[in-house]
Ligand binder design. Sequence first.
Ligand SMILES: [Zn+2]
Length: 317
Amino acid sequence: MAKKLTFDPRKLMEMAVDVMKASIREKRSDDTITPKVGAVLWKPDGTVQTACRGELREGDHAEYTLLERKNVGENLGDCVLFATLEPCGPESRNSPKIGCARRITNARIKIIYYGCEDPHRKGVNDIFFELVREGIANAIVHRDYDISGGKIQIMVEEDTVTIRSPGAPVAPITIEQLQSFSAPMVSRNPRLHAVFSTMELAEERGLGLKSMRTKATEAGLPLPRFSFNEPYLDLTLYRTAEAATHSLPEETRAQLSKSERKGWEWVVSKQTVTSTEYENALGVSNRTALNHLNKFTILGLAKRVGSGTATEYEVVS
Ligand SMILES: [Zn+2]
């Protein structure tokens, strides 16, 4: 259980707003105005420290000043940070500078309050993070806790995030049903499931699979993929549309033309497509659509299901 908090978040955020006003504007060649930012660090002994942007040196962010100038070498693990603006992420700083978000995690600060979201935040795909959160919640709820030593693992790669959880799909659910996002509801850990449902982190009926499918499709991302690697169930989430071709074996990728790659990226966001759908989505002729889909089939990426006008092409996992 979390310890009872003994600070008043409103008071501390108001303090951060006051401190913010003392921020020092930087000179920028393009005349853009740098944001005013205030930060407050609450310490478990009840003391607080503050910093604003540019307080000690021009251009220094408030969080950096507070954590790494005013508290260098201190153990801040149980402190709580208040910032008027969402701390900058890794994508907003030019290498080798690191963003404040990373500095905060490096300091092992576990609780942070911020006033407003950074309207200039770049490179963050909110839907992708929702998918990751759902994948992790599913892993916690549905994993097999009897596999001793088995741990949920999250593998972050350039193109994918894979959530690996101990245990095969609960019988009679099959990998194929998971992959078609239509698995029936069978819970290995019904009590955990009930708790997560109450917290709205898991759906009461179903594995939240349909919502994963919908989110990926809406974001134009390849559909998440399930695979079983004894004794782990792997859920692979793709970070970008291009990730679907990046993660193909090199020899397969080399055989796809630029427009076929684009087509493949679309196909994997659908799982099953017809040639007419492909034609419309990619803006190509029906002959080209058939050629592309045929190529995917020959390369073993897709398989043909049905025949004649009812022919569909299904992504092979
Ligand atoms: Zn920053």
